[in-house]
Design a binder for this molecule. Structure first.
Ligand SMILES: *Cc1c(COP(=O)(O)O)cnc(C)c1O
Length: 326
């Protein structure tokens, strides 16, 4: 019997993670409001979160609630992106040993970013799969405690605290739109929001190039897709063949799914820069992309979009701005 995380876990998480996170702003977008005909359109700026993405919420809820024994053993993960950064950051600040396994393909600046936050970086193998195998070996060899990026009740409850903050500022929110990859973020937000107000319409936004959760929902079980390049690189990766939580929770709590293209993501990133002076990464721009492409009906509704992070290669970002600036 698996215990799914509930609203109470999210309230507890909010207390646990207090010292590790910032309560990020919820700002109005008048431009998106008028373009969409919404009665109001709010942006939740997790792009300004400590470490540059929301992942610090789940990672701190997991790591700070480990037993004394587990804290002494130390933690390990193999994420190259925002989750790896978050695990390194929280462990570094709490005096817990952390190991992050990366493959040789991961750009050196990323390894350095993770290392500078405190973790030991183990570079191994020519692919993410080989790095993952090394990760399993190290769990055995060194007795480290795995901290997975999304399919874990503590991680899901930590990400769900975003919904509490949004509803504290605007309890009248009617629609919440969330980027979707492994689904820890969407599971947590959807469960928390629906438990507080079941009439809130929760929307997941996936990328056309990597809609792994959508295909898995259709198949009724986790599927594996070939990895393709996307500007939204934080949304790459599978949902895990032994997925226990996020697939079920998304099936249960999410009302609508949208997919967006690469071109639409670029426009979303440019819009955030142009209208709001906000630097957001591709994975964070999918909600704005969906609204700009008219893929959701928000007429007369008060909507909230989660802008999830700001980790992006500088050259890639500048390319997008150059391409779309007038
Ligand atoms: C991890 C991540 C997501 C997706 O979160 P999941 O829990 O994997 O669905 C979205 N945006 C950014 C910036 C992320 O780092």
């Amino acid at each position: 019997m698996i215990n799914m995380p509930n609203l109470n876990d999210v309230f507890k998480a909010a207390v646990s993670i207090k010292s590790m996170i910032s309560e990020t702003p919820l700002i109005e977008s008048r431009e998106l409001k008028s373009l969409s005909g919404a009665s109001g359109l709010m942006l939740k700026l997790e792009s300004l979160q400590n470490t540059g993405a929301f992942k610090v919420r789940g990672a701190s809820n997991k790591i700070l609630n480990l037993s004394e024994e587990d804290r002494r053993r130390g933690v390990i993960t193999f994420s190259t992106g925002n989750h790896g950064k978050a695990v390194s950051y929280v462990s570094g600040l709490s005096g817990i040993k952390a190991v992050v396994c990366l493959s040789e393909n991961v750009p050196a600046y990323r390894a350095e970013m993770i290392r500078s936050l405190g973790a030991e970086v183990v570079v191994y193998g020519k692919s993410q799969d080989e790095a993952e195998n090394r990760y399993y070996d190290l769990i055995e060899e060194r007795g480290l405690v795995p901290v997975v990026p999304f399919d874990d009740p503590s991680i899901i409850a930590g990400q769900g605290t975003i919904a509490l903050e949004m509803l504290k500022v605007r309890p009248d929110l009617q629609v919440i739109m969330v980027p979707l990859s492994g689904g820890g973020l969407l599971s947590g937000i959807a469960m928390a929001a629906k438990s507080i107000n079941p009439s809130i319409h929760v929307v997941g936004v996936s990328v056309e190039r990597s809609p792994v959760m959508l295909k898995s929902l259709e198949a009724g079980k986790p599927v594996i897709l070939e990895e393709k390049f996307t500007l939204a690189d934080s949304l790459l990766g599978g949902i895990g063949k032994d997925n226990k939580y996020t697939l079920n929770m998304i099936e249960q709590y999410v009302d609508e799914h949208i997919v967006v293209s690469e071109e639409e993501i670029e426009k979303g990133m440019f819009f955030a820069f142009d209208k709001h002076s906000l630097l957001i990464e591709g994975g964070a721009a999918v909600g704005i992309a969906a609204v700009l492409a008219n893929k959701i009906n928000l007429k007369g509704k008060l909507a909230g979009l989660v802008l999830t992070g700001s980790t992006i290669d500088q050259k890639k970002y500048i390319e997008v701005l150059n391409k779309h600036s007038k």
